[in-house]
Write a protein that binds this ligand. Structure first.
Ligand SMILES: [Zn+2]
Ligand SMILES: [Zn+2]
Length: 230
């Protein structure tokens, strides 16, 4: 059973089309801009219809078992997510979590997850921002199974955005850890790892490696948006 917190009760403006009064994202914009497309089961990159796994994942599967996203990281989501990253808007958090929960495969993954972990920010970034957008999503997806104390970001890494892929992998190596004292909570557990935006999946992959090493049995990575190749 999904238990999402309700959208705020007072009227607001649609962030995309500015319809008013409306929810943070009006149904018309959701219908227009959330369009499910076939994606690789392992890394969520777009694939042709009927294909379950992309060539790259067949050659070298990612550290997580499964990957699900709601939308491509493109307009208007770039703008919505920028607002979400820098303004702690509960209405928008609820609207994005609701869309993520409705994305193909996410309800099943949520139902099967023992633990739901937001991808942690470094202490430095958390201090700059004041909150972790991934945590706001995870809290709404599964308030009963969220854990903040299992996965830690042990190293601050440069922003991934502007780095080439090889550099991104190097940039996040060893960035996440599970305290040995807490690893028992992960033994044989199915974990849902939540992020707001996935670029190459390097950070999610590195976090999954740490969780797997600590004993997690199955890891599904979910992100609201994923950068698709041009
Ligand atoms: Zn709208
Ligand atoms: Zn793939």
């Amino acid at each position: 059973m999904l238990r999402l917190q309700p959208l705020r009760a007072w009227p607001s403006q649609c962030l995309i089309c500015h319809a008013w009064p409306a929810r943070s994202l009006c149904p018309r914009c959701v219908g227009r801009f959330v369009q499910a497309r076939p994606r690789c089961e392992s890394c969520a990159l777009p694939v042709p219809a009927g294909v379950t796994r992309c060539g790259a994942c067949l050659r070298e599967p990612p550290a997580f078992d499964h990957c699900l996203v709601a939308v491509a990281y493109a307009w208007p989501w770039t703008r919505c997510l920028a607002q979400f990253k820098f303004q702690q808007d509960p209405g928008l958090a609820a609207a994005l979590a609701e869309l993520l929960a409705a994305a193909p495969g996410v309800a099943d993954a949520l139902a099967q997850a023992d633990l739901v972990l937001p991808l942690p920010l470094s202490a430095q970034r958390l201090h700059e921002r004041g909150y972790n957008p991934a945590q706001l999503l995870a809290e709404r997806l599964a308030p009963d199974r969220i854990r903040h104390d299992l996965l830690r970001r042990v190293r601050h890494s440069a922003p991934q955005r502007d780095l080439p892929r090889v550099e991104r992998l190097r940039n996040v190596r060893g960035a996440f850890a599970v305290d040995a004292a807490r690893a028992s909570a992960l033994q044989e557990r199915r974990v849902l790892l939540v992020d707001d935006v996935m670029t190459t999946g390097a950070s999610l992959g590195e976090a999954a490696r740490a969780l797997r090493a600590a004993g997690a049995a199955h890891i599904t990575a979910v992100a609201f948006a994923r950068t698709d190749p041009a």
